[in-house]
Design a protein around this ligand. Structure first.
Ligand code: ADP
Length: 192
């Protein structure tokens, strides 16, 4: 089973993807994590994307599609969770083609429904906790980048809600609920 977790920054996609990895032996493909790894390892691509990410803008479709293409060739285990990908309509089309090419299907698109106030609180809170623990804070977890990340979400990513709705694949869960409740809602959708 292959699924997409859709929602704005701070909606809880990464947390829920972690649960799905635990519960269903699925593979989490987070383009955000992949890009941060590339940045930290100092590769050419990493250097190229560092500034774009810190500002809160999207990196090019070509780069992220390339990252996902590579991962789809490996072990599939309990299926893939796409977390933070696709983020544009071009990426959504590319994902459809990539899955088809390797004989896979997309089984569900789960939208974590939240509101902006909670996102700002969660992300600013996450940055403060990380800093208090003495760990490095994400370069894009500040209010200025967050505004740009939210705008990128509404302009470039939220059209995917209509796109997957039209394909009959979209399912919403209340992302404002407690984490275990969201986990249970997602499990119920996948077990249907
Ligand atoms: P968020 O918590 O904001 O959802 P992510 O960890 O998913 O953050 O992504 C962090 C940054 O990495 C994004 O703001 C963007 O610059 C870049 N990025 C991640 N995934 C994609 C993608 N699919 N397309 C373009 N840029 C991406």
């Amino acid at each position: 089973m292959n699924i997409i977790l859709l929602g704005p920054p701070g909606a809880g996609k990464g947390t829920q993807a972690g649960f799905l990895v635990e519960d269903r032996d699925m593979i989490q493909l987070s383009t955000g994590d992949m890009l941060r790894e590339a940045k930290d390892s100092g590769t050419e691509m990493g250097k190229l994307v560092a500034g774009v990410m810190a500002r809160g803008e999207l990196v090019t479709d070509e780069i992220v599609i390339g990252l996902i293409r590579e991962k789809l060739q490996g072990d599939k285990k309990g299926g893939f969770i796409f977390d933070g990908f696709p983020r544009t309509l071009a990426q959504a089309d590319a994902l459809g083609e990539l899955l088809e090419d390797c004989g896979e299907t997309l089984d569900a698109v789960i939208e974590l429904e939240v509101n902006d106030e909670v996102l700002v609180d969660r992300i600013v809170g996450r940055a403060a906790e990380t800093a208090a623990a003495g760990k490095p804070v994400r370069a894009d977890d500040n209010e200025e980048s967050l505004k740009i990340r939210l705008m990128a979400y509404y302009k470039q990513t939220s059209p995917l809600i209509g796109y997957y709705h039209a394909k009959g694949m979209l399912q919403g869960v209340d992302g404002l609920d407690e984490m275990p409740a969201v986990r249970a809602d997602i499990a119920a959708i996948l077990d249907k």
